[in-house]
Design a protein around this ligand. Structure first.
Ligand code: A3P
Length: 345
């Protein structure tokens, strides 16, 4: 069933994925929890069909000069950078950081369309008595944003072209990037962890889908290259996960400069400690524990939202042939650009 949408307040076509493609997805996805997928615009971004109802609203969302955004492809270190950005922007307010969940301090713009009606039904069933935890999935952040006090913080996994066109001219944006091989491994476990994603394939199959652009928010390189093309924009800071791993205090100082703050060495040291993986993983304000009742309890015995926190862990998941194919795919995509992932070993 083809079903296209585009209108004067949203410039791109939104098309249902072709029936053959959906049938292909069913080989590794239990689509009982999936309403449908769409391809958006010329790059063919792969999103849940619920995105249709929010696309124009997000694209035309009113912005403020002091809004601060963290934008990324999923599993790139978004949560880590959100907490870093929030702490610096709020002058190290550890008390509020502890008392108010990150998801409420730093809302996820398109959270209401990432699941779809079928998954939401399951999520509601699983959340009896915990309705408060799933509020973010139920209402449009664009609507709520109008009443939020400044400075507002937004997280989005949408590519730049699907966000308001005046975003960089108006607000500050921190984009987080990560080696796509580590992203794919992390994303695979994320799909496995939450049963309502319905993923039952193995990693090799997931990797093939990821490269083909058949996972939420793909194609990966288009997402990254859109931002890379704007890398000299004064309102954009691109951070690599690998650099955060290598030099957390240095990354804190870069973010502080970008936000016009001058933290003391002691403040930088304390924030590095707060953001260290072992501490972060235990921190209930950021570790997404309120959503863990939605996880597959078997998978959750060995996998958590904060999983390994390492750069280069992909090597344990790729056989020789996959590693060679991945290198080729990365080389092909980097050719003719000066985009390079930082060495991390
Ligand atoms: P892994 O699954 O490889 O461990 P996102 O927030 O974009 O979903 O990214 C999640 C990834 O960031 C996970 O990767 C998670 O462990 C990692 N991460 C989160 N906090 C971290 C921290 N403080 N230090 C290092 N990695 C962190």
């Amino acid at each position: 069933m083809m079903h296209g949408t585009s209108s004067s307040d949203f410039p791109y076509a939104i098309n249902d994925v072709e029936p053959e493609e959906f049938a292909e997805l069913q080989k590794t996805f239990n689509t009982a929890f999936i309403d449908g997928y769409v391809r958006v615009g010329p790059k063919g971004y792969f999103l849940r069909s619920g995105y249709r109802k929010e696309a124009a609203k997000i694209y035309n969302m009113p912005l403020r000069l002091d809004d601060i955004w963290v934008v990324s492809f999923p599993r790139s270190g978004t949560t880590w950078v959100q907490e870093m950005v929030w702490m610096i922007a709020k002058d190290f307010d550890y008390e509020t950081s502890k008392d108010v969940l990150l998801i409420n301090r730093f809302p996820f713009l398109e959270a209401n369309v990432i699941n779809g009606d079928k998954a939401l039904k399951k999520i509601k069933e699983l959340s009896a008595g915990k309705e408060e935890n799933i509020k973010v999935f139920l209402s449009s952040e664009v609507d709520l944003a109008a009443d939020r006090p400044s400075p507002r913080f937004f997280k989005s996994h949408l590519p730049l072209s699907l966000l308001p066109p005046s975003l960089l001219a108006t607000s500050r944006v921190v984009y987080v990037a990560r080696d796509p091989r580590d992203v794919a491994v992390s994303y695979y476990y994320h799909y496995k962890l939450f049963a309502f994603f319905g993923y039952f394939g193995n990693f090799k199959q997931f990797w093939e889908s990821f490269v083909k652009g058949d996972a939420d928010y793909c194609p990966y390189f288009e997402h990254l290259k859109e931002v890379w093309g704007q890398r000299h924009h004064a309102n954009l800071l691109i951070l690599f996960y690998e650099d955060l791993i290598k030099d957390l205090p240095g990354s804190i100082r870069r973010v502080a400069r970008f936000l016009g703050k001058e933290p003391s060495e002691a403040q930088v040291r304390a924030l590095s400690e707060h953001l260290k993986f072992d501490n972060f993983k235990k921190n209930k304000s950021v570790n997404n524990e309120p959503f863990m009742h939605l996880s597959d309890q078997n998978v959750a015995k060995t996998v958590s939202f904060m999983r390994k926190g390492k750069a280069g862990g992909w090597r344990e998941h790729f056989d020789e042939q996959m590693a060679a194919q991945a290198q080729q795919w990365i080389d092909d995509n980097l050719r003719g650009t000066d985009l390079r992932f930082p060495e991390h070993y």
